[in-house]
Design a protein around this ligand. Structure first.
Ligand SMILES: [Zn+2]
Length: 322
């Protein structure tokens, strides 16, 4: 587990450290920025730093009893609240547990820290319940909210937090950091391009074999578009790929076409937007269904896509994708 912030987070880290030393910490922080840049890790490092009883040079020591408890995931004054599964909601019962936790006395005689990630995953009831905790914070309590989409968080929650926009590293620093942290150096450019420059997301692509799956997606789609394989055949390949990632790749593919000069043709871009709406629906269906029939689902989506790309006007459009 990360004890220290990432190199691109040092400014935020130093500012907060000064505030800790001057006992000027707010009781609620909201870390904002796109996903995949290390906000959650920053929140955890900050929690660990606050709970450590003998921090060194502004970071947790990693050796004291507090640090060991934290590393074991059993620090009694720390709580991490996340949806059961990525993309699912945080429910009111979870918030109730957090509210109870917030009013307890620190068992280790220091801070109590709660991390909620991502804040926009709270449904309306959960948000309202959370607001009460935010309005009546206990002493030496820090609530750290992580948000990839702060606009989707209740304004009344946002206004009660100190907002801390988190930095995204520049290209050179990202490349350097990735090559220090992966053995798949040759794939860094592809991962970075796919991750839109976001370092943690790029690292995940590199380390989980997702890039190979992304290549299978791209090849399958090209074979469909060129008529080398049928929708049914490509669906067979697609059903072996992680469905939610596949939807994101497909959306990226459509966005790429929308950015091409041919999308100035409004009839063509309307078709692309309509198809993108369809992908959004499929994504929601995937989130709400436990065992979707992926073969059938991809077959339908791919037949749709085939009819979009076979439409006469866009033949030149596809040639421009890059
Ligand atoms: Zn420590």
């Amino acid at each position: 587990m990360n004890t220290n912030p990432y190199p691109w987070q040092l400014d935020s880290w130093n500012t907060l450290n000064n505030q800790i030393e001057l006992t000027r910490m707010p009781h609620a922080l909201m870390l904002t920025g796109p996903s995949g840049i290390g906000k959650r890790d920053f929140a955890l490092a900050l929690a660990r730093r606050l709970l450590c009883h003998s921090p060194r040079e502004g970071a947790a020591c990693g050796e004291c009893r507090q640090c060991l408890l934290f590393a074991a995931g059993s620090h009694p004054d720390f709580m991490l609240l996340e949806p059961e599964q990525e993309g699912k909601v945080i429910k009111i019962d979870d918030i109730r547990a957090l509210s109870e936790f917030a009013i307890k006395t620190a068992s280790q005689g220091g801070w109590r820290v709660m991390v909620l990630c991502p804040a926009e995953a709270m449904n309306v009831n959960a948000s309202n319940a959370f607001l009460k905790t935010l309005e009546e914070p206990g002493r030496q309590v820090l609530l750290i909210l992580v948000s990839h989409q702060p606009g989707a968080v209740l304004p009344t929650i946002r206004s009660r937090c100190r907002i801390l926009p988190m930095a995204q590293p520049g290209e050179e620093l990202t490349r350097q950091w990735l090559s220090d942290n992966t053995s798949h150096g040759a794939d860094i450019p592809m991962a970075l391009s796919q991750a839109g420059g976001r370092p943690l997301l790029a690292l995940r692509l590199l380390e989980t074999g997702l890039l190979d799956q992304l290549r299978r997606f791209e090849t399958g789609l090209r074979d469909l578009e060129e008529g080398a394989l049928s929708a049914l055949e490509v669906a067979k390949i697609f059903q072996e790929l992680p469905p939610r990632d596949l939807i994101d790749w497909f959306m990226n593919h459509v966005y790429g076409l929308l950015r091409s000069p041919q999308s100035l043709d409004s009839a063509w871009s309307r078709r692309l937007f309509r198809f993108n709406d369809r992908l959004i629906q499929v994504k929601q269906r995937l989130l709400s269904t436990t065992n979707p029939n992926l073969q059938l689902l991809w077959e339908e989506v791919l037949m749709d896509w085939k009819s979009v790309v076979d439409w006469p006007h866009q033949k030149t459009g596809l040639a421009h994708r890059g």
